[in-house]
Design a protein around this ligand. Sequence first.
Ligand SMILES: [Fe+2]
Length: 377
Amino acid sequence: MPEKYEIVYPNILIVDDEKGIRDILRAFINISGYSCETVGSLREAQNKMEGKLFDIIFLDLNLEDGYGMDFIEKVLNENSDAIIVIVSGIPESKILVESIQNGAFDYVEKPFNLNNFHEKFESIIIEWRYRYLIKQYQLKFKDIFENYIKKKEINSKETRYKDFLNNSDVIIKPINNFIEKLNLPFPETRSHRERLASLCKLSGRKIGLKEESIMVLKYGAYLHDIGMSLEPSTILENPGLLSDDEIKLLKRHPITGFSIVERFPFFDKVSRLILHHHEWYNGDGYPIGLSEDTIPIEARIFSIIDAFDSMIIGRPYKKKMSYSETIKELRRSKGKQFDPLVVDTFVQIPEETINIIYIKKSTEEESYVTKDQLSND
Ligand SMILES: [Fe+2]
């Protein structure tokens, strides 16, 4: 797993039968700080791919030995994560849809200029980095699970699952160490995750969930926003207003988080909590737009806890609220954002109990959340 500031570069291949185009593309890519290889035919591309995995391929359509569009499937069979960008003189409006349908990521229309290309290339690199990191994160989680299984010397899948839930700290610790190294925006601090985990346990018990669901909630507290860390730091560290495109990128974090952990059998329900933690009870949420009981109960509970924490702690762009204002706001959102029954149960948790969590589990930067402030209505 690369550390936060380790720089990793993609393998880039240009496939075009015109030497002039290959040279211009290579020059543009070099100016952007990346290197690449070039070939003039599909046959040569095939040969190159036999010895090396390419992450980004700029692919001409009309080549002497074949049609580029027919080559996409072959490339994706070798590397399903490859990003293919069609390069052609056909107007974008006529060919973009067909290219995407065939599995290409984007389209660059010839002749191109440096400015247009630079913009496209930036989005291609963002996508490559995103796919690369998903794979790295999956490997990291695989490591954590394999270590756990090795340590526990447990063979039966069922016993493993039970044991896994009962020994969450064995897993939570390496997960937490991993998350700490990631680039996550405020308020994704260790204390934030611990506060959420404590509230999850409290609320889960109050609602009468089974122990398994309470553990799912606890894992959700640690992992719900892991997908955010895959987005560019220019977005994550921007305290100001974001563009529509940037908001779109941030809003994919539930899907990203889901795809990182869904393959692990113990994390089946956890991955669904991650996927649905921004759904609204009335169907206005994202990423799927599920409503009412179709949203897993753990996600319905978690979304209230996450909102409670963000209101009581505040955000760079939003003033923190008092305890009673927060409770009023939760009640006001009953049936819209939140499950009414879950809100009714959550607000029954005594304020003093919540105070204890917030005083104990707030870091220096959040130290303005004191008992007095929480109670000060
Ligand atoms: Fe989130």
